[in-house]
Design a protein around this ligand. Structure first.
Ligand code: NAD
Length: 390
């Protein structure tokens, strides 16, 4: 039985009820399907559809359990789940017992919905949890996503999806085998300024995009973060952590998969960066003739994305944060609200589950990006241009 059928209370399956409810606002929640070349976005921005959507009663919302109560869960996902309309925080998994009372109090989570890494698999027996959201160090995403699927739950994995293409593929395979949906925590796909960049680029509003530049960097030495500097847990350095957003931006601006990449790593502080790169630069070429010049570093701050097309240009800066994103184009400043990206991202996934649709940011998109990240590293390590074989 599907986990969304568990709370059947009036002779009609909860899923059917919700499907009809959702169809009532169907136009408002329809999202494009992901295809092998990028999907086109809807003319209406996702936040507008979300704004017009009805909120479900608490008892009908899908329950999400956060796995790993670190900075992102505490600072972003927990608060975002106070605003979601289709899902709610119903459980947590933590290896730190001291965190339990705070989460239980703040979010009204019953003790029966609090797990640790030893009891994790018992979530299978908990109908209050429909979705397991993996917010652990990158190297742990695959194991816990696969166990979540095997427990019969839908899965969201944080980015980067995994630390190898093989692990990412195993996650997709496990979810497919368990008939569960898999989504990646690509919040910016639901952010209006970034959606506008998709529209301007893919619809060629200023003609075909010719050149792109992007950077996402921060100074990690200010807040020494052990796992992010550990190759096994992180999979790599700033490229895996934040450079991935620049990769994504170039793909959703062009709507294309890259043809080739050239990359170079520069590490000066070998004491801190003895396992992962300090700074990485890469260039990619796209089939339509566009190029990307990109950088990502753990020793300085950067937060920008610019695209030049034949008849105009557009840019974001700051481009990739949780808030404060600004954009402009040859036609002027972009005038879009700041939204809670994580709220929109999680409700979009809940909607996909209710309506049996694929996530807008599915596991396959995560595999695609893992292939690109690995090719960037391969180019940096070999000094050769890597051609993609899609
Ligand atoms: P964090 O270090 O703050 O939290 C990691 C959590 O994992 C902690 O609660 C820690 O106790 C737990 N953990 C369990 N086993 C561990 C182990 N062996 N080593 C270290 N920690 C262990 O990290 P974070 O910033 O919350 O990042 C977690 C994940 O979320 C990462 O994959 C990261 O890329 C992703 N993330 C995504 C965004 C986004 O905008 N989508 C933002 C921040 C982080």
């Amino acid at each position: 039985m599907d986990s969304t059928d568990h709370k059947n209370n009036n002779g009609q399956s909860r899923r059917e009820f919700l499907r009809r409810l959702s169809m009532g606002v169907g136009a408002a929640v329809t999202l494009p399907a992901f295809g092998p070349s990028m999907s086109m976005f809807e003319a209406r921005k996702y936040y507008e559809m979300w704004r017009d959507m009805d909120e479900l009663p608490e008892s009908e919302k899908l329950g999400i359990a956060l796995v790993g109560l670190g900075n992102y869960s505490t600072g972003q996902l927990g608060p975002a789940l106070r605003e979601t309309k289709l899902c709610r925080l119903s459980g947590v998994v933590t290896g730190t017992p001291a965190k339990e009372p705070k989460w239980a109090d703040e979010y009204g989570i019953p003790e029966s919905n609090i797990y640790n890494y030893e009891t994790f698999d018992r979530i299978a027996d908990n109908p209050d949890i429909d979705i397991i959201y993996i917010v652990l160090p990158n190297g742990m995403h695959a194991e816990y996503s696969i166990r979540a699927a095997e427990a019969g739950k839908h899965v969201i994995s944080e980015k980067p999806m995994a630390t190898s293409v093989a692990d990412a593929q195993a996650m997709v395979d496990a979810c497919r085998k368990a008939d569960r949906k898999l989504s990646i925590g690509y919040r910016l796909n639901f952010e209006p300024h970034n959606e506008e960049v998709m529209r301007l680029g893919q619809k060629e509003v200023f003609g075909p995009v010719q050149q792109m530049e992007g950077g996402f960097s921060f100074d990690i030495t200010r807040t020494p973060d052990v796992w992010r500097l550990d190759k096994e847990l992180a999979g790599g350095g700033p490229l895996m952590d934040v450079g991935i957003y620049v990769v994504q931006a170039s793909l959703y601006t062009t709507g294309e998969l890259p043809l080739s990449v050239d990359a170079r790593i520069v590490t000066e502080n070998h004491e801190v960066f003895d396992e992962v790169e300090e700074t990485i630069y890469w260039e990619m070429e796209f089939p339509g003739g566009a190029t990307l010049n990109a950088e990502s570093s753990y020793s300085e701050g950067a937060h920008y994305f610019r695209a030049e097309a034949s008849d105009g240009a557009f840019s974001l800066g700051p481009a990739f944060g949780y808030g404060g994103i600004q954009g402009k184009s040859s036609k002027g400043q972009m005038d879009y609200p700041q939204v809670n990206q994580q709220t929109l991202q999680m409700d979009a996934f809940a909607d996909c589950i209710f309506n049996d649709r694929k996530s807008r940011v599915p596991g396959e998109m995560g595999i695609r990006d893992m292939k690109i990240l690995m090719a960037i590293y391969e180019s940096a390590e070999t000094g050769r241009r890597i051609q993609f074989d899609w």
